[in-house]
Design a protein around this ligand. Sequence first.
Ligand code: FES
Ligand code: FES
Length: 132
Amino acid sequence: MNLLDLLRDRLGLSGTKCGCEIGECGACTVLLDGEPVNSCLVLAPQIAGRQVLTVEGLAPEGGLHPLQESFLDHDAAHCGFCTPGMLLSAKALLDWNPRPTEGEIRRAISGNLCRCTGYQQIVAAIEKASAS
Ligand code: FES
Ligand code: FES
């Protein structure tokens, strides 16, 4: 069993999306010990003793994470399928580099495909969140 199926099917955490299941789309991105990974490529036993952050754990209780607020403000979610993965890739970037350049933002989300092609708004939202 992979981590993606463990999260969605066994734990009911459906925020993590299943796109390609071959490590191409980034819809299944979660943070493993703070690093973005494609959960479809991680075997469930590999997470033993490690910390997994999914989109469900991103926001504080009863609120939104600043990245989520910024995605809302910039209309950066269209169908929303790529959004959880985008948010987690962006969080990993900002945790490591709180003031990234546009190029660094684009590189950080280069493994996350948006089929609605809303990249401009997504990059703007991450840029704004990094400045706030
Ligand atoms: S579902 Fe994992 S990368 Fe596409
Ligand atoms: S918002 Fe639809 S795939 Fe990105």
